[in-house]
Design a protein around this ligand. Structure first.
Ligand code: OAD
Length: 256
């Protein structure tokens, strides 16, 4: 956790135009804020990212564990992969960045919507309520036979029967795999078209459609990331550093 002094120092060192000041007409309160988060926001909670050194996709072939074809080829292996991720997720705790976004939602007078690519539940556990999981949720399971979606915190196997329809072999993680349609896209595009501030946090900008949200966003755009992402030049403003430090500082700036 960053110290109060570290946050104060980070706030003082933020460069570029400040979103809460027009310079002419006094403070601006953003009315509709959309925040996109990626694996980087959960990195300091101990959940690995995908593309950093030692990231998940440096150790696993995503074609094996994150595609419908991989699941069809070897469901046991895919279940094993998500069982291990579920254990890691349950052992992790939200960090200062997750808490800062929940505080922003609670205290900001306008709308705040968090759209996350993360399948962990750390935003919820920190207190975020207006939240869309565009890549699904690790702690849910879906039945291909009956369509039921249930909270799931234990291991799941190829042979596990669906608790709703009792059919075995139909359960799959409730996550979006490559070549599948992300969730909630209509609501997300509507929010982007109406927002006056878009902030992307801890995402590499490798995966579409999320990587293009910065181009869809109607308002001011800010990147908060450890380092410049692939889409860095699309943002009007950027702050680089660890999320647990720069997100609370940015939220403090928005809340005045
Ligand atoms: P990536 O692993 O591609 O990118 C993580 C980003 O977080 C990188 O730009 C890092 O520099 C940054 N980062 C790392 N540690 C950080 C920290 N402490 N503070 C701030 N930033 C940090 O993860 P995503 O962009 O989320 O999709 O990946 C997008 C999608 O690709 C995932 O949702 C997943 C994956 O394949 C599916 O599985 C469908």
């Amino acid at each position: 956790m960053p110290t109060t002094a570290a946050i104060r120092e980070m706030r003082a060192s933020l460069s570029g135009p400040t979103p809460d000041e027009t310079g002419a007409a006094g403070p601006v309160t953003y009315r509709r804020i959309v925040i996109l988060t990626g694996a980087g926001i959960s990195a300091e909670s101990g959940l690995g990212t995908f593309r950093d050194k030692d990231g998940l996709w440096t150790r696993f072939d995503l074609e094996d564990v994150a595609t419908p074809e991989g699941f069809a080829r070897n469901p046991a292996f895919v279940h094993e992969f998500y069982n291990a991720r579920r254990v890691n997720c349950l052992a992790a705790s939200p960090n200062a960045a997750h808490y800062a976004l929940a505080e922003l939602e609670a205290r900001h007078p306008g709308d705040v919507l968090v759209v996350t690519q993360n399948v962990d539940d750390l935003h919820e556990r920190a207190g975020s309520q207006r939240l869309l999981h565009m890549h699904g949720e690790l702690l849910k399971i879906r039945c291909n036979a009956c369509g039921a979606i249930r909270r799931w915190t234990t291991d799941c196997f190829e042979t596990t029967p669906c608790p709703s329809c009792l059919v075995a072999g139909g359960l799959r993680p409730h996550v979006v795999w490559f070549r599948e349609m992300p969730m909630h896209m209509e609501r997300i595009y509507a929010a982007l078209a109406a927002c006056d501030l878009f902030v992307a946090i801890g995402t590499s900008g490798h995966v579409y459609p999320a990587a293009n949200f910065v181009a869809e966003a109607a308002g001011h755009t800010v990147e908060l990331n450890l380092e410049p992402s692939d889409r860095a030049d699309m943002f009007a403003e950027a702050v680089h550093g660890p999320a647990s430090l720069i997100v609370p500082a940015f939220v403090a700036r928005l809340l005045g």
